[in-house]
Design a protein around this ligand. Structure first.
Ligand SMILES: Nc1ncnc2c1ncn2[C@@H]1O[C@H](COP(=O)(O)OP(=O)(O)O)[C@@H](O)[C@H]1O
Ligand SMILES: [Mg+2]
Length: 337
């Protein structure tokens, strides 16, 4: 298959996307696909192998043009993390252009990107969540801090629509909390403040929509080499350890698989994702944390590793992702009344 792999992008997670993009291109080539390496620059410019690429809008599907030559492809694989890539905007472009696109479609991508909206849907579906408070930017930060301190004194402050721990802080007490709210607000006017779990275990499950069914992998555990899994622990230090499968009672593992599939179905159940949980090491209680609709795809990333451990090698995993994307009708192609 001719696959257009898009990496880079305009978000703060651009560097991570470039690493993930390289891994996906190699894995696709190893699986026998022909790969087109498209990069989106920090300013939003598109290139194909360093040559400017432009979109020729016209009859659907729209064409891509590189130095006057039409660029033909079967399917797009966006490996873009964060805003303008993982949040439904890129997926919307593909839908509008009539290009088949791997991964969760527009609505699910947008919902998963926004921690507040995802939490509301998850709560409605009965998934267990840590208590949190939210501001859409209109709540005074001092009032938000007062509300949050009623949950407890140690809190996690997060921009609602970011990823890779960018803009996230752990805060103890009011002063740290106010600065943490300022930091998060620099990335998004929508901010959530959540009760911190002391020494949580970080458990992740990969999911894959295969038409009618949603499959879940075995759960894996990340043991960060530092206090919590911040940006440096994720991408700069190699002292974090992955334990696959996670050492958990069988019922907990089964329950996590069920919850991961439930969370994914809330997003429409098409495409793929990594669903993250926090587990209280003392009580064994599990809390849903988030769904990553374009999880990290690097040599050390959990998403492919969990599938490998569940009997799906990376080549077959990518084949399944591409076939599902091609089999799925584009949202806008439903019959006209
Ligand atoms: N409520 C919490 N209690 C304890 N640790 C947390 C909590 N929320 C987040 N963390 C830590 O912060 C990391 C990043 O938070 P997360 O919500 O997953 O944001 P991101 O979308 O940036 O990955 C988690 O992997 C975990 O290490
Ligand atoms: Mg996370």
């Amino acid at each position: 298959m001719k696959v257009l792999v898009v990496s880079g992008g305009r978000s703060a997670e651009r560097d991570v996307s470039l690493v993930s993009g390289a891994w996906v291109r190699q894995a696709l080539a190893d699986a026998g696909h022909s790969v087109l390496d498209v990069r989106i620059g920090p300013g939003g410019d598109w290139t194909l192998c360093a040559e400017p690429l432009s979109i020729r809008a016209g009859e659907c599907p729209w064409k891509l043009d590189c130095s006057g030559q039409e660029v033909a492809f079967d399917v797009i694989f966006p490996v873009l993390h964060g805003p303008f890539g993982e949040d439904g905007t890129f997926q919307g472009l593909c839908e509008t252009a009539g290009w088949p696109c791997a991964g969760v479609p527009v609505l699910g991508s947008a919902v998963a990107m926004d921690k507040q909206t995802m939490r509301l849907l998850a709560r409605d579906a009965g998934l267990p969540l840590l208590p949190w408070v939210f501001s859409d930017g209109s709540v005074d930060r001092s009032l938000l801090a007062d509300q949050a301190l009623q949950l407890g004194s140690t809190l996690f402050v997060k921009p609602s629509r970011m990823g890779s721990s960018v803009g996230i802080s752990r805060a103890v007490g009011r002063d740290e909390l106010l600065s943490a709210i300022d930091v998060a607000s620099r990335y998004d006017s929508r901010v959530i403040v959540e009760l911190a779990l002391e020494a949580p275990r970080e458990i992740e499950v990969s999911v894959l929509g295969t038409g009618e069914r949603v499959e879940a992998s075995v759960p894996g555990e990340i043991v960060p080499g530092r206090e919590w899994y911040d940006y440096s622990a994720k991408y700069h230090c190699d002292d974090s350890r992955l334990i696959i499968p996670a050492d958990l009672p069988e019922t907990t593992a089964l329950n996590l698989g069920l919850m991961a599939r439930t969370a994914f179905r809330l997003l429409g159940g098409a495409g793929f994702a990594r669903v993250d949980f926090l587990l209280d090491g003392t009580t064994g209680e599990v809390f849903f944390n988030e769904v990553n609709t374009i999880p990290g795809f690097t040599a050390i990333s959990m998403f492919p590793k969990l599938w490998n451990a569940s009997g799906l090698p990376s080549g077959k995993l990518l084949d399944a992702i591409l076939s599902e994307a091609l089999a799925r009708p584009l949202t806008g192609t439903a019959a006209r009344p």
